[in-house]
Every structure is written in structure tokens, then in C-alpha cells.
Design a protein around this ligand. Structure first.
Ligand code: AMP
Length: 444
């Protein structure tokens, strides 16, 4: 199926052509017609699936109906968890709308608010925003929502993880009741479904790949080693493999700074990207990495979320994430759009439990490689794949005569430290488009 059959008009098709896309991705095939039909949509899609175009293109089509946006008003609002993601989404909107008369803007925290207030004066057809800054702008009367037609929550799972739920609820309360709602999330936990209940109305559910599936265009392996050897080993791997562009994940901001400093000292250009860096520093690090000026980008999970670097050849986990799902997000940065990518993890003995949790989630034992001179002295325990399905723990026997208790939720395995209700991450709707009858009927 080509883009032409999806119901998009000539200026949008031309902009898509400029990008060199020849056919819609699966998420686009499913989401675009549903959005164009004016439906609410719940989409399970990670970065790399083409989700941004999945909601942007039909919104551009819907808004291109001759209506004018009033000063300080907005017609479509896209909320994102991070500044980087906000900037990228707006970048995409800008590209896709270049043959239309629509306007778009982006606002996020960490930079001066005044220039943003000025930009919003004329009104903007599509606004991309992080929740906190949007509320600040609202409080300063820089933005009004009475003309709002479409709301998008992008990476809703990460917004909840980052504690934005209260801001989101505050924003929802400010929006007109009658509007179209699109909710995009990598996973559909019970928490997200809870949020969705008060948000989407009889939504079309679309999904492309479950959160625990890793693209098979990614070659994954691990190097068991010791903590102290990791940094020199990474240098050696980069130099011997002649890796030109590598994204390295650390667990902490300090760790990312330290590693970046070390690599630079070894003559390998590197820049850290994490939440303690100013917005300008983060934007610059990403731009330098994309241009090839910086060879290694050392990132923490939150900062890396949503970073769009097409066809990244190499991802390294300098430390394994505590949350197994983050491993899937991390390595999703490579092997995109049919390209083969490599994901390598340097694993010390103390990280065995993280490794086993990851292997259980992706249902595969990661092949182990060795690099001469960097073998682990402290041996990493052998992997044994636990192929038992993840089931709810049996409730303890009640002391009193038992009343039948049915609990569809998984209760254990709560790595993220959330309420169990928020952990049941692998339950998407079907893999095809479907109209889900929501009883909630709620729309804010
Ligand atoms: P996203 O999942 O929105 O972050 O998009 C991931 C990458 O895929 C971006 O670099 C897009 O430019 C690219 N992309 C989006 N749609 C398509 C398509 N239909 N064909 C090829 N590449 C695409």
C-alpha cells in the first residue's frame, strides 16, 4: 500500500516524497485512516516505528480546512515528555507541512519563556509542548484552548514514569470537552489504560510490535567483564571496530559525565547527554553527534528517550538498565528501517540479575563474546532462560473460608518500583486495527 491510498492530499504527499518515504510503516497504515476519520486512537508504538508521522500527517490533513487560528490560540496540541522529543516532533511537523499554510511551534522548559510567549501571540495551528512549560504559558495568559480540536499524548508511558500525571490532568481540565484524542505509548500498562479511560472515547486501537520484542535486524551480544575494565574495553572496541557513531548508555548522569571525559582523554570525541545539562548543551551534543563531529554520545535513559537518529549503527550498554524494558528501548535506537544494527552490552558479575531479567523479557539468551585482555575475573553466572510464562503469583491461602478471587493482574516482577497495576506492560490490543468499545464514554 502506498501513501496515496491513505487519504492524504497532494501537498502532504509531496512533502512525504521529499523525505524519500515510499510506503507507510505499519503504524502509519493503521493510524492515518483512523485519525482522518475523526476517531480517537490508542496506539502502541515505540520510537522508530514512524509513529510521529502516524499522527502528524493526518492532523495536518484535518487542520488544512481553511479555518484560521486566532491569536494566542492553538488547534492541535502534542504533549511530549522530553524537550528533545518535543523539538524532534516539531521538526517533523515542519517538514511535513512545508507545502501547506499551517503554522507550528514548540515550547519546552529549560529556556527563556518570553520568546515562547511572543511566538504564540499570532496563534499556532499545531503546538508541541512539554507539560510543565505549557502550564506556565497558560498561567501567563500566553495560550488559550477554546479552539483546540486535537490532542496528542506522545510517549504517554514515559510521561507517567517521569511523574507528569498531575500536569497532564491539569491540562486536560483546561481543554474543550469536544475534541479528538490520540494516545501514543510504547506500552499499555494498566496505568496507561486508567489514564486513557478519562481521555479517549471509543478509541480505535492500533499496535505494531509488543514492547518486549526486539527488532530482528539488531545483532545483540554481551561481553562479560569487570567493572574497572569497562572503559578501556569500550575504547578498544570503538577503535578496533572503527565505529564512527556510537550511542552509549550509562545508568547515571555522573557515570555519563565520567565516561565521556575518559573517552575524550583517550582521543575519542564524546559528549554526555542527560537531564543536568542545559537545553542548549543537549541540543548541541545531539547536533554534533548527528554531524559526526562527536563520535560517541553518552546518554542516560531519560535523556535518550525519543532521540531520533536514523540508522544508528551501534548501541552500547555500558551498564545494563535496572528496568528490563529500558533495554528494549535502548537497543531500539539501532537496526531501524531494515538496517542491521549492533547492540553490545558490557556486563559485570554484579549485573547478572539485570541480565537475566532482560533475557527473560526478550525470551532469548544473549550470545557472550570475549575480548582478549578484558575477560572477567569475577565470573558472570551462566544464563538459563526461564521460559515459563509470566503469571500472577498465587494468592496466599486465606485463613478464613475462601471467597473466590479473580485477579487478572500480574503481581510480582515489579522492577520499576511502581504499583503492580502499572506493570502489566505487555498487553496490547490486537495487532490489527480494531474499534474498541469503551464503556467509559469519557472525554475529559
Ligand atoms: P519515529 O518512530 O516517528 O521516531 O520515526 C522514526 C524514523 O523513521 C524517523 O527518522 C522518520 O523520519 C522515519 N520514517 C517515518 N515514516 C517513514 C516511512 N514511511 N518510511 C521510511 N522512514 C520513515
Amino acid at each position: 500500500m502506498g501513501f496515496t491510498s491513505l487519504g492524504l492530499s497532494a501537498p502532504i504527499l509531496k512533502a512525504i516524497g521529499d523525505q524519500g518515504y515510499d510506503k507507510p510503516s505499519p503504524i502509519q497504515e493503521q493510524a492515518i485512516p483512523a485519525v482522518l476519520a475523526g476517531k480517537d486512537v490508542m496506539a502502541a508504538a515505540q520510537t522508530g516505528t514512524g509513529k510521529t508521522a502516524g499522527f502528524t500527517l493526518p492532523i495536518l490533513e484535518l487542520l488544512d480546512n481553511g479555518q484560521r487560528v486566532k491569536p494566542n490560540h492553538v488547534r492541535a496540541l502534542v504533549l511530549t515528555p522530553t524537550r528533545e522529543l518535543a523539538a524532534q516532533v516539531q521538526d517533523n511537523i515542519y517538514k511535513y507541512s512545508r507545502y501547506q499554510k499551517l503554522t507550528s511551534n514548540v515550547v519546552f522548559g529549560g529556556v527563556k519563556i518570553n520568546p515562547q510567549m511572543m511566538k504564540l501571540r499570532k496563534g499556532t495551528d499545531i503546538l508541541v509542548a512539554t507539560p510543565g512549560r505549557l502550564l506556565d504559558l497558560y498561567q501567563q495568559n500566553a495560550i488559550q484552548f477554546s479552539q483546540l480540536e486535537v490532542l496528542v499524548l506522545d510517549e504517554a508511558d514515559r510521561m507517567l514514569d517521569m511523574g507528569f500525571i498531575r500536569d497532564i490532568r491539569k491540562i486536560l481540565a483546561l481543554l474543550p470537552q469536544k475534541r479528538q484524542n490520540l494516545l501514543f505509548s510504547a506500552t499499555f500498562s494498566d496505568e496507561i489504560r486508567q489514564l486513557a479511560k478519562g481521555l479517549v472515547n471509543n478509541p480505535v486501537e492500533v499496535s505494531v510490535a509488543p514492547a518486549n520484542s526486539t527488532a530482528n535486524t539488531i545483532e545483540q551480544s554481551i561481553y562479560p567483564t569487570d567493572k574497572r575494565k569497562k572503559a578501556p574495553m569500550l575504547c578498544k572496541l570503538i577503535q578496533e571496530g572503527d565505529w564512527k557513531q556510537v550511542l552509549v548508555f550509562c545508568r547515571t548522569k555522573h557515570g555519563a559525565n565520567r565516561l565521556s571525559y575518559y573517552l575524550n582523554g583517550q582521543g575519542i570525541t564524546a559528549a554526555p547527554i542527560h537531564g543536568n545539562k542545559s537545553q542548549n548543551a543537549r541540543t548541541k551534543a545531539l547536533a554534533d553527534f548527528k554531524s559526526g563531529e562527536v563520535r560517541v554520545l553518552v546518554a542516560t535513559d531519560i535523556a535518550a528517550r525519543g532521540i531520533d537518529i536514523p540508522q544508528l549503527p551501534q548501541v552500547v550498554n555500558f551498564e545494563l538498565p535496572h528496568v528490563a524494558e529500558d533495554y528494549v528501548h535502548r537497543i531500539g535506537r539501532t537496526g531501524r528501517a531494515g538496517e542491521v544494527g549492533k547492540a553490545i552490552s558490557l556486563v559485570e558479575a554484579a549485573e547478572a540479575s539485570e541480565l537475566f531479567a532482560i533475557e527473560k523479557l526478550i525470551q532469548q539468551v544473549l550470545p557472550r563474546l570475549e575480548l582478549e585482555g578484558y575477560k572477567a575475573v569475577n565470573e558472570l553466572p551462566k544464563s538459563k532462560l526461564d521460559t515459563r510464562p509470566i503469571r500472577p503469583k498465587k494468592p496466599k491461602k486465606p485463613k478464613k473460608p475462601k471467597i473466590d478471587h479473580i485477579d487478572g493482574q500480574r503481581s510480582g516482577d515489579n522492577a520499576r518500583g511502581h504499583k503492580p497495576a502499572g506493570k502489566n506492560k505487555r498487553h496490547y490490543g490486537s495487532s490489527t486495527t480494531q474499534n474498541r468499545n469503551s464503556k467509559s464514554g469519557a472525554n475529559g
